[in-house]
Design a protein around this ligand. Structure first.
Ligand SMILES: Nc1nc2c(c(=O)[nH]1)N[C@H]1C(S)=C(S)[C@@H](COP(=O)(O)O)O[C@H]1N2
Ligand SMILES: [Mo]
Length: 221
């Protein structure tokens, strides 16, 4: 028998026997919590199949000593504990993350609306830019208007499990409609500002608008 035929036969047997297709959709367990792979009729990508990306590898943040610092153009600069954040009203939504390099996945994200964080800290009228700083030295920024108009959330759960360390525990920004480099992970500080800011990748030429489908790079003088 020709090798190619043998290969085809074995492939068919393997795929049938191992149930490859359903394997693909098998929910994983993270810290004793099993993820959910559908929400409101939408199928979610299993966490094990979601790619991820970081400039300095996984950051391990301690829940007890963690603080989210919110400062800049605010009336009351705040240092939220993890518990204070998770006690605020929670929102869930299914959103795709599209990395500028071409891969993407669909997940359920649960967390707190940026608007609620701004309300807690008393955002000032002149705040137009919001800068996110991460534990690995990463940073990025988004317009205040974009965050408010799109009900953007800071997620602490992914597919119903607590955000795993490699995925940004305790918080990842769900910057829907924006390329992955706007989705800051391991956020430790949020600064409100009145001037434009270029984060880690933006400073290296990536488009500061970062609209999915729009140009990846920006021409700068
Ligand atoms: N702190 C931090 N956040 C980060 C990055 C990073 O290197 N450090 N990489 C960004 C990029 S380029 C992408 S595509 C997404 C990947 O997020 P994921 O782990 O949810 O897939 O994280 C973004 N957030
Ligand atoms: Mo990315």
């Amino acid at each position: 028998m020709k090798p190619i035929l043998l290969f085809l036969i074995f492939s068919v047997i393997f795929v049938t026997a191992s149930g490859c297709v359903s394997e693909k959709g098998k929910p994983g367990t993270y810290d004793n919590q099993t993820e959910n792979l559908s929400y409101k009729g939408e199928s979610l990508t299993p966490i094990a199949q979601q790619r991820n990306n970081a400039i300095k590898g996984t950051q391990y943040i301690d829940r007890g000593s963690y603080r989210l610092q919110v400062d800049g153009l605010v009336e009351n600069p705040r240092n939220f504990t993890y518990q204070e954040i998770t006690e605020l009203p929670e929102t869930s939504k299914v959103v795709d993350l599209n990395c500028v390099e071409g891969w993407s996945f669909t997940a359920k994200w649960t967390g707190v609306k940026m608007a609620d964080i701004f309300a807690e800290a008393g955002a000032l009228e002149n705040a137009t830019t919001v800068i996110f700083y991460s534990a690995d030295g990463y940073s990025t920024s988004l317009d205040m208007d974009y965050l408010l108009e799109n009900d953007i959330i800071l997620a602490y759960r992914l597919n119903d499990v607590i955000l795993p360390p490699d995925r940004g525990f305790p918080l990842q920004l769900v910057a829907e409609g924006k390329y992955g480099y706007k989705w800051a992970k391991w956020i430790v500080r949020i600064e409100l500002s009145d001037s434009p800011y270029r984060g880690y990748w933006e400073e290296r030429g990536y488009n500061n608008r970062a609209d999915v489908g729009g140009p990846a790079f920006e021409r700068r003088e």
